[in-house]
Design a protein around this ligand. Structure first.
Ligand SMILES: Cc1ncc(COP(=O)(O)O)c(C=O)c1O
Length: 384
């Protein structure tokens, strides 16, 4: 008997980010600009609260949707920071990171053959999770429009099967923040053609020139699912906590899947998140300032080193063109790793239209950034 696994799953390639991460693990002299993770540990106040809560014996399950207090704090934070209004009991649930939020949203929304439009370059999980949920990912190439989804191009892709559009602003991998006027034009299309917008705002706090949440555009609430979480802003990637907000009809369905597949998000992470939201926004601001300094330094140095790199308005990534080198993004990344021991992610991990680019994460210390640009410069010189 031959062993057969899910055919749909077997067609999905492994994450291009992980592939490079695995090459780097265990090598000490490599400077990694690969993985998109804050270099800060979670602020001490948050860790201290979690330790105390654990000592007091908080080791149980919570309500499926998460501790009500944590949902209430999340909702007040969203109101205060982004002018969003959600009901903590019926329109908000806690997830095991934004990753789970994307998964259960796709599974709750899609029927076989439904189309989901995904702007690319884009974060790696959207395509596979749409496919696994039986949907069809449709690529919106943003590379000709400074990596901003163009509403006119978007409209051309809309069909009677269009169920949803994914937005990610600030964007991974480009760092682009979608301007308010573009969000408004997208909102008008969502209303006209009645499709959902799934807005991944995990980098919302890490913006350097201002920010508008798609969910704050008037009139979009009944067709919008907001996904965000604690991983990036609060340096809490390992705690695995995110949240999903949307209309009750949608949240009751995502919650149904979560009930069976996750049961609840980790209790300690939920208590830590309450502390994060109540007392640690200042720490977020300090981390943001530190990323901003590093962004300014790194972008300038990359351009000086011969890698055309636009100034990103958010997140902690640079997205540089390597087209002039004649190498594919994978060749560039592999050779840079072998010759100069610097790990970056090849653009093609973020979609075919991201070929010709590399992503660097600058959430690493200044000394390493300085050394990395020297090595990149030497590598590019060596190509000439
Ligand atoms: C745009 C985007 N969404 C979601 C995630 C996953 O986040 P989480 O740690 O909350 O699962 C990431 C992680 O890199 C990301 O960049």
């Amino acid at each position: 008997m031959s062993i057969e696994f899910s055919r749909v799953l077997d067609q999905i390639p492994p994450s291009g980010i992980r592939k490079f991460f695995d090459l780097v693990i265990g090598s000490k002299d490599i400077i990694s600009l690969g993985v998109g993770e804050p270099d800060f540990v979670t602020p001490w106040g948050i860790r201290e609260e979690a330790i105390a809560t654990l000592e007091q014996g908080a080791t149980s399950y919570t309500a499926n949707a998460g501790l009500l207090e944590c949902r209430e704090e999340t909702v007040s934070y969203l109101k205060e920071r982004f002018n969003l209004t959600y009901d903590a009991k019926t329109e908000t649930m806690l997830t095991v990171g934004v990753s789970e939020g994307v998964d259960i949203t796709m599974r709750a929304l899609l029927n076989a053959g439904d189309e989901v439009i995904i702007p690319e370059p884009g974060y790696v999980c959207y395509h596979p999770l749409v496919t696994l949920a039986g949907g069809i990912p449709i690529t919106l190439d943003t590379s000709g429009n400074h990596f901003i989804p163009d509403p006119k191009e978007l409209e051309k892709l809309i069909t009677p099967r269009t169920k949803a559009l994914v937005l990610c602003s600030p964007n991974n991998p480009t760092g682009v923040v979608i301007p308010k006027e573009t969000l408004e034009a997208i909102a008008a299309l969502s209303k006209k053609y009645q499709f959902w917008v799934i807005t991944d705002e995990i980098y919302a706090e890490l913006n350097y020139e201002g920010y508008t949440s798609y969910a704050s555009i008037p009139g979009v609430k009944d067709r919008t699912i907001l996904l965000s979480g604690f991983s990036k802003a609060f340096a809490m990637t390992g705690w695995r906590l995110g949240y999903l907000c949307g209309p009750e009809a949608l949240v009751s369905r995502t919650l149904k899947i979560h009930q069976y597949s996750a049961l609840c998000a980790p209790i300690i992470a939920q208590y830590a998140a309450i502390e994060a939201l109540k007392h640690n926004l200042k720490a977020v601001e300090e981390m943001r300032k530190s990323y901003l300094l590093r962004r300014n330094f790194f972008v300038k140095r990359l351009n000086d080193a011969g890698l055309p790199t636009p100034m990103p308005s958010g997140a902690f990534y640079t997205f540089s063109s390597i087209k002039h080198t004649g190498l594919s993004s994978e060749e560039f990344a592999l050779n840079l790793l072998k010759k100069e021991r610097v790990a970056v992610v090849p653009g093609n991990a973020f979609g075919a239209c991201a070929e010709g680019y590399i992503r660097c994460c600058y959430a690493t210390d200044m000394e390493k950034l300085k050394e990395a640009v020297l090595r990149i410069k030497r590598f590019i010189k060596g190509l000439q």
